[in-house]
Design a binder for this molecule. Structure first.
Ligand SMILES: C[S@@+](CC[C@H](N)C(=O)[O-])C[C@H]1O[C@@H](n2cnc3c(N)ncnc32)[C@H](O)[C@@H]1O
Length: 352
């Protein structure tokens, strides 16, 4: 079972099916367009551990949340949804480390999301009473309860390290009052989603140097400055006064495709509106040449063949890194704050 941005169900399903097929697991998708949710029916039964190893959320672009279904419940009554859900959950034969009532994003799921929020506490109490939830036992699977309609739910398992920590895969981030554009939340979410907390702590520190290509009005630069990084913001457009007031930002009016730093920077971020392949070549070149140690960049997707376009970008980046005798860590995700776009993380690794 997967949740994604409404309108991207086909991309999400095709990506999941091809990832599974690479590990010898075959299945077909059942999806309704614009629903923001989908299910892949597998041809054979597979144990949870095998599926959990075969498919990793971090390597997928379009799935926001992922779980492996084991039961469906229909005829749920608004007066007591907890008892039938708990009876079905027992089919998993294990206690859970967490209970996540979830609904899809968009028009279909929105009213169900309100029910999910109301269900959270009663579910936790009910499961706890029967020793079916053990929050401190992180190795146990989480129970994802996807409310498909007010009266029906799909139950699935996910491991804590292979699923979004946020219900529905949506981080609820507060818009910082000093940031000039909502786009600031995209970089905030990217840092939380594309890196683990340990990776982020190890790789982003106050005092580092960053370059922001296509920086204006400064939402991404503000995120970096707020974390204590010195930012060179490259854009011919104007930067917002409150961003420049942080004192951490130098604004350079130049073309982001030709401007180069004098020395290696710790981070490159790039949000220029351009062909995804052109951005991919540019960012890969920065990392391959050692101009930046790591990069976060946004790729604006075409209306059609979006999955194919992402594959082209992956190929271009890997090829450029290979030419420099380097491997790479490349993660491409469609964030909650992304629209017709995806956000990527690139870091050079020794060639294997
Ligand atoms: C989507 S906006 C960036 C928003 C920004 N990340 C923020 O959070 O405020 C894209 C920016 O890219 C800039 N841009 C587009 N092409 C560029 C280029 N070749 N060189 C520098 N900046 C460019 C535009 O001027 C525009 O300000």
């Amino acid at each position: 079972m997967a949740l994604c941005r409404p309108g991207f169900e086909s991309e999400c399903a095709n990506e999941l099916i091809s990832h599974l097929a690479r590990t010898g697991i075959n299945g077909r998708s059942t999806l309704s367009l614009e629903s923001g949710q989908l299910r892949i029916a597998l041809d054979n039964l597979h144990p949870f551990d095998a599926l959990d190893r075969a498919i990793r959320l971090v390597s997928l672009t379009f799935a926001r949340q992922l779980s492996f279904g084991f039961a469906e419940v229909h005829g749920l009554d608004g007066k007591d949804r907890v008892s039938p859900l708990m009876a079905a959950a027992r089919l998993a034969g294990t206690p859970f480390s967490a209970i996540l009532p979830e609904a899809a994003d968009g028009a279909v799921g929105r009213p169900l999301a309100a029910i999910c929020r109301r269900l959270q506490a009663p579910l936790e109490r009910g499961f706890d009473r029967h020793s079916l939830v053990r929050p401190r036992r992180g190795h146990l699977p989480r129970l994802n309860i996807l409310l498909a309609a007010p009266g029906s739910a799909w139950l699935g398992l996910s491991s804590a390290d292979n699923g979004s920590p946020w219900p529905m895969g949506i981080p609820r981030l507060r818009m910082p009052s000093q940031a000039p554009s909502r786009s600031t939340l995209k970089l905030a979410e990217a840092l939380l989603t594309l890196l683990t907390p340990a990776e982020l702590e190890a790789s982003m520190r106050a005092g580092q140097r960053a370059v922001d290509l296509g920086a204006a009005p400064g939402g991404w630069s503000w995120q970096l400055a707020h974390r204590g990084l010195h930012v060179t913001a490259v854009d011919n457009g104007p930067m917002a006064a409150q961003v420049m007031a942080t004192g951490m930002i130098e604004h350079v009016r130049a073309d982001g495709f030709t401007w180069r730093p004098r020395a290696t920077v710790d981070w490159l971020v790039c949000d220029m509106v351009e062909q995804p392949a052109r951005i991919s070549r540019l960012v890969a070149d920065w990392v391959a040449c050692g101009r930046a140690r790591r990069a976060i960049f946004n790729l604006k997707l075409p209306m059609k063949k979006r999955l194919a376009e992402i594959d082209v970008c992956r190929g271009l980046i890997r090829k450029r890194m290979h030419q420099a005798s380097l491997g790479c860590e490349l993660r491409i995700r469609q964030l909650y704050h992304d629209r017709e776009e995806v956000t990527a993380y690139l870091e050079a690794r020794p060639s294997s």
